[in-house]
Design a protein around this ligand. Structure first.
Ligand code: NAP
Length: 249
């Protein structure tokens, strides 16, 4: 069945991979992110393949921008069947007592508050129609805390908790909530974490074979396609060589 799927952070990595996979399945796509040029190129490519795709460029950390964009999204596509709260980031890798407060604020504003703004704007319509699916991209950093990970881990623990909270709060309204907790995935994630230092970012992915964005997108497509009475609550997905944030081969 064709669904309308909104992906935050569709301009790179996991979100971009989700867009291409859902496009192949013939769903209607609402792609969001802050980079307009990338969104335009994606919509052009998808449209040329017959996919009904729309781009909305906004910053999820700005509540007013979220509200204006979501109003426009509803006007354009009606309801959203699946909300993929994927946009997120890690910035910096310092000990807590040496941490950069601006980095903390970016992570808290994006990973927690941005996810909340999006959900607060989209979910009421799901509740109104008594159907919907919210997929939150958390992390194994939302399950365990690794050295130097402090605030990023805290934000992803918050996402884990919010996934549980959304499920209990909206279960009576037939809303599915899925928490996805990936281990290491090769995307622009490390480039962002290391503030554009490509050499340092590349090194991260040379230790062992990381997941690809497509691996997580496959799982997201799978959970989205389960029958109406099935909700996959939580998925932890790591590279085969990564047992958890502390132990890899
Ligand atoms: P990525 O390649 O850096 O993609 C991140 C996406 O988030 C980009 O499309 C970016 O788009 C968007 N984004 C960031 N800040 C935003 C904002 N303020 N407003 C709107 N969009 C924003 O990283 P990724 O690995 O695909 O990350 C996706 C999710 O997976 C994140 O939540 C991340 O924490 C999680 N995750 C990643 C890994 C990993 O190892 N890669 C592991 C576990 C969990 P714009 O820059 O265009 O706004």
């Amino acid at each position: 069945m064709m669904k309308t799927i909104l992906i935050t952070g569709a301009t790179a990595g996991i979100g971009e991979a989700c867009a291409s996979k859902f496009g192949v399945e013939g769903h209607r796509l609402v792609l969001t992110g802050r980079r307009q040029d990338r969104l335009n190129t994606m919509v052009e490519n998808l449209s040329s393949k017959g996919v009904d795709a729309y781009a909305f460029c906004f910053d999820i950390t700005k509540k007013e921008e979220v509200d204006v964009a979501v109003k426009e999204i509803f006007h354009t596509v009606g309801t959203v069947d699946v909300l993929i709260n994927n946009a997120g980031l890690a910035v910096g890798l310092e000990l807590l007592h040496e941490g950069v407060v601006d980095d903390w604020e970016r992570m808290i504003d994006t990973n927690i508050k941005g996810l909340l703004y999006m959900t607060r704007a989209i979910a009421p319509k799901m509740v109104e129609v008594q159907e919907g699916h919210i997929i939150n991209v958390s992390s194994i950093a939302g399950k365990d805390v690794y050295r130097f990970g402090n605030v990023y881990c805290a934000t992803k623990h918050a996402v884990d908790a919010l996934s549980k909270a959304m499920r209990v709060d909206m279960i009576q309204d037939n809303i599915k909530v899925t928490n996805i907790a990936p281990g290491m995935v090769e995307t622009e994630f490390s480039l962002v974490r290391f503030k554009g230092d490509a050499a340092r970012a590349d090194k991260v992915y040379q230790q062992f074979a990381p997941l690809l964005a497509e691996d997580i997108a496959d799982a997201i497509v799978y959970v989205t396609n389960t029958p109406k009475h099935v909700c996959i609550n939580d998925l932890v997905i790591t590279p085969t060589a990564q047992a958890n944030p502390f132990y890899t081969v």
